[in-house]
Design a protein. Structure first.
Length: 181
């Protein structure tokens, strides 16, 4: 080590020599640094892959739930379509029910059965399609006839021939209607 002499009567301060690191140690450190960078890159790749798989699985779950809901609605809808014919007959019977006499009590019992049937359909998320005085919508209504009507604007529904029903957002049966020209 070289000593430096100062003229101010201060003690000699030694200057450190440049530390030399063996070349083998430098190569080892470089190899470790590269291994660390590769491990970090691989960890990032695994993390991104895991996140993609997690998102794919989440999408898969949503798709399965949606498909199950659609299947459930389809099965319920197919069954309910058969009962809609009975409901149509009950609608017609309720329009013609006697208000007086001996049949009034009997018709009240029939009305009770009719309301129970409607409540069952509502509990299954089945509802009537609004039609009377609405504008014609071919996705929900089926036009039986087009008629001139001074009381209605063009394209407005004049009357309902047969009620339509929906389950959720899906049309089970379109409402059959008369439409103003």
């Amino acid at each position: 080590m070289a000593k430096k002499h100062t003229s101010n009567n201060q003690p000699d301060v030694q200057q450190p020599e440049t530390a030399t690191v063996p070349e083998e140690t430098l190569k080892e450190m470089e190899a470790l640094r590269q291994a660390l960078e590769e491990a970090q890159a691989q960890a990032k790749e695994y993390s991104e892959g895991w996140q993609r798989e997690r998102a794919d699985f989440s999408n898969y779950k949503r798709r399965i739930e949606r498909d199950q809901q659609f299947l459930s609605q389809s099965i319920t809808g197919d069954l309910v379509k058969k009962y809609l014919l009975v409901l149509d007959d009950m609608d017609r019977a309720m329009q013609m029910r006697p208000e007086e006499g001996d049949l009034r009590v009997w018709s009240s019992g029939i009305e009770l059965i009719y309301r129970k049937l409607q409540n069952i359909l509502e509990s299954e998320n089945i509802r009537r399609i609004p039609a009377e005085m609405e504008d014609f919508d071919p996705s929900r209504h089926e036009a039986i006839s087009y008629e001139a009507s001074p009381d209605h604007s063009s394209g407005q529904i004049i009357g309902v021939v047969q009620e339509g029903y929906m389950i959720g957002d899906r049309v089970l049966r379109p409402a059959r209607v008369r439409v103003a020209r």
